[in-house]
Every structure is written in C-alpha cells, then in structure tokens.
Design a protein around this ligand. Sequence first.
Ligand code: GRG
Length: 376
Amino acid sequence: MTAEETPTFEAALQKLDEIVQKLEKGDLPLEQSSCSSRTRAAISSWMPMAVPRRRRSPAATGEALRGDLAAEQPPTDGGGRQWLEARRPRIEAALDAALPAESLWPPTIHRAVRYSLFAGGKRIRPLLVLAAGEAVGGTDDALLPLACAVEMIHTYSLIHDDLPAMDNDDLRRGKPTSHKVFGEAIAILAGDALLTQAFHLLVDVDPRDASDERLSRRLRAAAILGAAAGTSGLIGGQVADLEAEGRDDVGLAELERLHRAKTGALLGACVVGGGVLGGASEDDLGRLARFGEAIGLAFQVVDDILDATEGAAQLGKTAGKDAAAGKATYVRLLGLDGARQTAARLLSDAQAAIAPLGERGAVLRGLAGLIVDRHA
Ligand code: GRG
C-alpha cells in the first residue's frame, strides 16, 4: 500500500462529498455508495466512535476490527484526530466535575445518574457544541457548561425513553437500562436529576466573576436549550411519536415534523447554543441554525437506517424495534435507498449552510460527515 493511497482527512471528506453529490444526482448505484476502506479508515481515525462496522469476516469484529483500522490509520488527517483526542477527555472530565460524587447522600441517585451518563455514549452533542463554538472564536471554558448540559438532557431522555411506560427497552449503550438496574422509580428520578442538573450547571455563574456579556450569553444558551428540550422540541416530538404508534397513515411531512422536534431540536441547540456562547455574529448564528436543522434531521434518518440494518451488538440497544412496532420510519416510507439519499442530501445542505465559515467550519463539516457515516 503506497502513502498516496491513504487520504488525508480533507481528502477523505472530499471523497465523501463526491459520493453525496453523485447519490443526489442518482449517478451512483447504492452498492457503490460507500467510501473505500482507506477513506473510511481516514474518517474513522478522526473520530474513534465512527469506526466502520463492516464485518469482513466473523473474526473481524469488535476489538479485532478496531485493531485493523488502527493499523491502517493515516499519519496525517488534517488535524481532526488531534482535535477529537484533545476534546473528548475534556468533555469526560467536565461531566465528572459537574456531577455530585457517587458517595454523596443519597448515594443511590448519584450512582444511577453516573451509571447512565458514563455508559459509553458517543458524545456527539458535546462535540457539536465545542465545534460550533470554536468555529466562531469561543473557548472551551465558555462552551463546556453547555456541552455537559446537553449531554445530561440527552441522557435523561434516553433513560425515560427506555422506561416500560415508553419504549420498554432492556438495553442502552450496550448495558442494561437504568430501570433494569435501579428500578423504575430511581430511573425516573435519575432522568429528572440530570434534567435539573443541566440547567443548574448552565446558569450557575458567579455574577462577581462574570461580565454582563458572559451572563447574557449563558442565559440565551439556557433559553435555547429549554426550548429544544420542551414541548416544541424533545417532549413535543416524543408525544407526537407516541401518538403516531400503530398508525399506518403517517406521511413524510408528519414524520419530518416529529423528528425535527424529537431528535433535531436538541442537536440544533448544540450548534446554535455553542455559537451563542462562542460570540457568533447574528449572520453566523443563522448559518449555524441552518446547519443544525439539516444535521439534526440527517441524524434521525441515519438512526432509522441503522435500526433497519444493524444488530443489537453493534447499536448497543435493541435493533429492529421500529419495524417490529410497525412505526413509520424513513426506511419504511422511502425504502433503504431513498433514506440513504435523503441523508446524503441533508448532509450536503448542512455543509452548504456553513460554507461561508470557510476554514473555521472545517471541524463542524467533519463532524457532519461522521454523523451521517456512523454505524452505531
Ligand atoms: C422521554 C422526554 C423523552 C424523550 C425521548 C431522544 C428520545 C426522545 C428518544 C430516544 C429514542 C431514539 C432512538 C431516538 C433517536 C435518536 C437518538 C436520540 C439516538 C441516540 O443518540 P446517540 O446515537 O446515542 O447520540 P449515544 O448513546 O451515543 O449518546
């Protein structure tokens, strides 16, 4: 294998863009719509969570596959891998610092909260906050409270979604769900605790240490997050999802509205909230908002594709649930090819929205590609 065969991170992304454009024009048969293994390796090296899951042989799974890819990783990747390697431990440390110690009274609730928050989530949302905020000149110190708050709200929504009264799931992030380990009452309270702690963290600023500008940015970010988590966002989307169950007349427009609220709103809040804390101009906030809307919906389209194509071991949660529950999904309404084309079109919309950011948007563009190309 020559050095030229291993693309840099930028080249890998360009390849991804080409595939997206061809898919949109209908110029590419679906079986050719995946990147070459070396392009995938280049992208994966940039973001460990997106390690490709293609099983080349029964033995080439899990750690073995990861080992293969590590050996294939390119020496340079345009800086993306370094960016991630620096940010991920900061996010983990900030989350740890933002929560009461496990031993604190009453320990059960703190154990439950930490069990779910540190169960191995990919941290897509905190990474989006940091990438968006940094793109407009923000520092991680200013961005980490929102990065942590969003991950707490996301985790609360998963704990509650898994409850018997909702999706009734036994597996999440590859581990038994909160209610299976701690019982329903504590799982409900763990979700409540995470939601509460998220807003406490965000507005917990000592006014003596903060400028009016910093205080007002925090408040604006808290309002954005509150709206995204509320009845026109996450909660509203979840209600619409519950009410759509068992109906066979759910069309594309209704599905899109539901998912823009249930999944897209929180992802959008990461990007716009990160922009606010980073001091973005109103023009840049508009660009980030359009990026967030497109990538938020793309995330769900890919989630539907993965639910239909990947197994539980891969996903860390029960697979094929949507089909089993007779739920409307992008795959059911558009077919697998149509859903993949939709994801590709949304990725291209997202990339176009932040094109005016130029180099400043490189990390965000990379994250968008990885969200659409993820396998879990
Ligand atoms: C119960 C208030 C309430 C809301 C539930 C988010 C949600 C609404 C339900 C989760 C069900 C689901 C599968 C939604 C699809 C999109 C999604 C949020 C997937 C999980 O996000 P990832 O892949 O998960 O980022 P990790 O574990 O990596 O953080």
